[in-house]
Design a protein around this ligand. Structure first.
Ligand code: TXA
Ligand code: MG
Length: 325
């Protein structure tokens, strides 16, 4: 049985104690819910991979209450210091060379010589990380390949019975994962668009490499960030992109005025606000999938979302959701 714990002071202490005992505890962050484990405890980290059904070559992000704590485990250069000073806490993950004696389980980093670190902008998550007193490895708290959870209910739908507890801090405000930036080489490289727009990073450290299609990723980017598998964030129904019409056997993921004739509709944002759309994306995919299957629909048709800012992260997730499996 997985227990739901309220995110008050006593709940946070209880969740932190479970983490220190090597148990798996899901917790809310501003991006999505993470499935936390003590990153220094190899068997706890192994249990994360098992609970998610995640391939062992896919490394985890380690979470810290502040940049000082994070940089004890990785080698931060001036670019990392600058980004951390301006954008942490926040939805940005930095991939940096790991320190030899950091104490983090090799499995957490999938044996790579780099480590992904992040400081979430979320009061309950930060309180949990402080109370735990250990680095917390946390992938998104969904079954591998499925849509990420933005509420405790989503976590329980995927992982109930497979993890010890979920710390319920309400819905995630940003709604999609952190931006993953590789700073392990001379050229900063965007491994995953996410909650921090690339432009905010470039304003601080200059140009960032990016722009590989999921197909190319399979052969190249995949090697640099194994988690970026082509089919990912996938509901069970097929997803069709850039829909400009909708058929009767399709559920509609709308952005703005819904297409005429749609029966089952989830509107990302009636006012075409991309921030609102990001926050509603994963809940919408889950809901359309569940209701669509129930009503005998065969696909989810997704309306176009404009590029730029959070629109890039939304389109990245939709592209993965629509990729052939
Ligand atoms: O917003 C988020 O980042 C959430 C919350 C819980 O913090 N976490 C999250 O974790 O999305 P996950 O495991 O679902 O995605 C982490 C991504 C994967 O694509 C993984 O391959 C990549 O980061 N990654 C982790 N460590 C890496 C490393 N050392 N080098 C390159 N990519 C790495
Ligand atoms: Mg994930």
């Amino acid at each position: 049985m997985t227990i739901a714990i309220g995110a008050d002071g006593a709940g946070i202490e209880r969740a932190a104690a479970l983490l220190r005992e090597g148990k798996l505890v899901a917790f809310g962050t501003e991006t999505v819910y993470g499935l936390g484990a003590d990153a220094t405890n190899g068997s706890a980290v192994a249990a994360v991979f098992a609970a998610k059904g995640r391939p062992h070559f896919n490394p985890l992000i380690c979470h810290f209450p502040d940049a000082d704590a994070a940089f004890r485990h990785v080698l931060a250069d001036a670019r990392a210091e600058c980004l951390a000073a301006s954008l942490w806490p926040g939805p940005l993950t930095l991939v940096l060379p790991r320190r030899a004696k950091g104490g983090i389980s090799l499995l957490a980093g999938a044996g790579l010589d780099t480590l992904a670190v992040r400081v979430p902008a979320h009061a309950a998550a930060l309180a949990l990380l402080r109370a735990a007193g250990v680095p917390v490895a946390a992938p998104s708290a969904n079954r591998s390949g499925a849509v990420s959870p933005t509420s405790a209910e989503h976590v329980l739908a995927d992982l109930s019975g497979r993890i010890e507890a979920v710390l319920d801090s309400g819905p995630s405000a940003v709604g999609l994962e952190s931006t993953v930036l590789d700073l392990s080489g001379p050229q900063p490289f965007l491994l995953r668009p996410g909650g921090t727009p690339a432009a905010a990073i470039e304003a601080l450290i200059g140009p960032v490499g990016r722009g590989i299609s999921p197909e190319q990723a399979q052969s190249s980017r995949l090697l640099r960030s194994p988690g970026l598998l082509v089919s990912h964030y996938a509901p069970s129904l097929r997803v069709r992109l850039n829909a400009s019409e909708v058929s009767s056997d399709e559920a509609l993921l709308a952005f703005g005025q819904p297409l005429r004739g749609a029966g089952l509709v989830w509107n990302l944002s009636e006012s075409q606000n991309v921030t609102e759309a990001a926050a509603r994306l994963f809940a919408g995919l889950r809901w359309l999938d569940q209701e669509g299957v129930r009503l005998g629909m065969v696909r989810i048709a997704a309306m176009k979302v404009p590029a730029g800012g959070l629109g890039d992260a939304i389109n990245d997730r939709l592209l993965h959701a629509a990729a052939p499996r």
